[in-house]
Design a protein around this ligand. Sequence first.
Ligand SMILES: O=P(O)(O)O[C@H]1O[C@H](CO)[C@@H](O)[C@H]1O
Ligand SMILES: O=c1cc[nH]c(=O)[nH]1
Length: 239
Amino acid sequence: MSIHIGAKEGEIADVVLLPGDPLRAQEIAQRFLHDPVCYNRVRNMLGFTGTWRGMRVSVQGTGMGIPSISIYVEELIREYGAKILMRVGTCGSLQRDVGLYHLVLAQSASSDSNVNRRRFRGLDFAPWADFDLLSTAFQVARERGLPVHVGGVISSDTFYQPDPEEWKLWARYGVMAVEMEASGLYTIALREGVKALTLLTVSDSLVTGELTSAEEREKGMLSMVEVALETASRVREAL
Ligand SMILES: O=P(O)(O)O[C@H]1O[C@H](CO)[C@@H](O)[C@H]1O
Ligand SMILES: O=c1cc[nH]c(=O)[nH]1
């Protein structure tokens, strides 16, 4: 057992899906995993392990924001040996052609957070995705005919932005979407030498002001999770 995860040694798979919402972790486990077992209830940040097409997979809620996901990712890697970590989340689009329910694969993650500024003593680090996971996920999404975009995202510390116009600056430099965790996941995974990718379903557009309904978000989430699982399986086999 680690400080924030109540699993015993061996109860967590080396492939871990990471939704922000712990109830989404439960739903993914129930819908996609064979014989899912709940290994974590600490702080209600649910985590489950089961199998998908014979591959052992865990799904762990992370909470919102870089500080929260960082706690789970540090413990999953260092104390439970996770090797492939895939965030499956939602995001706001910053580009007109990145539409609602589209799939965004975060190639890199800029941030307004101070966490990496402190980590790198004031210098700027550019966290990036694992290329095997990124290229495989893109291929899988294309094979399925899904609308998919690959590029930079911004991992923000604030969902409600103090400056409501600030997103336009990121957009001007081609950043595709805003979310709140990818930078933390990528930075820790790079330091630890494990593979990480962030897959996002567009839940709203800052460009048009459109919002998805809960039902529609659910549908987008399902195809994103299928892409994540198929990607993990192909990459794991090739290791
Ligand atoms: O849907 P999740 O994975 O929680 O991701 C997005 O949604 C939350 C904000 O509503 C933040 O965690 C953001 O990154
Ligand atoms: O606008 C959005 C939508 C989802 N997640 C975010 O962080 N921002």
